[in-house]
Every structure is written in structure tokens, then in C-alpha cells.
Design a protein. Sequence first.
Length: 259
Amino acid sequence: KTLARYTVREVFSSKRQEIEQVIEHELKPRLAANGIVLDSVSIGKVDLPADFKAGMESLLAEGLATEKMRYTLELKDKQVRESELEAEAEKVRREKAAEAAGQEQIIAAKAQAEAMKHVLPFKQKQIEQRALEAEAEKTARIKNAEAAAQARRIEAAGEADSRQKLADADAYRQERLGKIASEQLARDGALISKNPLLIQKTLADKLSDKISVIIAPPPSDGGFIGATLLGSNSASREQPKALPRTDPVAAEDSAEQGR
């Protein structure tokens, strides 16, 4: 019922705070009777029905159009008054010109002298203004040149910094690659130390497309390495001619003869 006492325009704009205070005064004693303390009342977004909202917007548009028409009429009225004053002034000028026909030359000379009093200071102000504009343009050019030089210095410093960072990144990459290669070599060395036959296997893999290489472990008694493949009797009869040497030096010599 509180909102019903106000118009939509007042609810939305001018009377919003007053409505909140009235509702607060009405609800505070009623809620206090039920043990509820009311601090304040705030009106949130008030939504209007679509047709009422459209009518409100139409009313506002008509109000704006009315205000525009009022200002337009006032402007036209001022223009009419200005035209009347100009016409009256023109009439007075003609009457004065007709009455002062005999003194036209004297009045023209006095008018020219009076005009020169205003023209000369105006010319002087123009000269001063042009001098100030030239000085301002000079200062602006100097500032622009200083700003451009500063920008170039900043760009040069940024480019140098970027190149330094790229150089540091490349040095860090080279250092990391070296560490990785060193660690890989250390791992390969440890692996070969545990398994010496890997050297022969690697050599055999590289020479597999040129010669046939048989890898066998060395005998425990220090005898001919091919004895484990041919047997002990055959090894005793034809020990030098049983099998080619399978050590890395013999494989390398065979590879050189094949090439």
C-alpha cells in the first residue's frame, strides 16, 4: 500500500529513499512485536509488466519530445526577437544615415580612425599569438625528438638484453648437453666394465654386413678361445686353424682387408 501512494516515476527515481523510510517506519514496530529487529529497508530492482513498461517508455519519449519542442520554440522565439532587433537597428541606421547625409565624410573619417584604434591592438595580438605558437611548436618538436631518442635507447637496451638472454640460454643448453653426454659416457663406461663382451658385440654389429664374426667367452684355463666351439680334441690338433680370432684387433684387421 505504500508503493500505491506514489507514481512509477517517483518509485524509480525521486521518491525512492522516502519510500524506503516510510516502509521502514511502518514495519519496524510490527516486527519488533514479534521479536524481530529491523535495521533498514532497501528497494531492489522493480520490474514492470511488459505493456506498462512499453507505455512508460512511450511516455518518457513523449516527454523528451515535448522538452525538445519547448527548447526549439524558445530558440525560434529568440531568433524572431533577434531578427526584430536587427530590423530595428537597420531602420535606425537608415534613419541616421538619411539625417547625417551631409556629414557622411566626417563620420566615415572618424569611424576609420576609431576602427584603427581597435585594429592595431588586434594585429599586435595576432603577431604575439603567432610567436607563441611558433615557440610552442619548437618546444613540441624538441620534446618529440627527446622522446624518440629515449625510445631508441630503450629499444637498444631491450635488444641487447634479449641477445644476452639468448646467449645465456645457448650457453646453458651447451652446458646441459655436455653434462648429459658426460653422464651417458659414465653410464656406458660402467656398463662396459661390468660386461666387457659388449665391446665385441658392438664391433660385430658394425661389421656384420662385411664379415661373419663369432663371439665366444674366453676359456677359464686360458687356452685357445675357439676350443669351446670345436671341442678339446680338435682344438689340440688344429688349434691355430680352428676359428678366426674374435678379439677387437683381429676384427678390425679383417675389416681393413675386406675393404
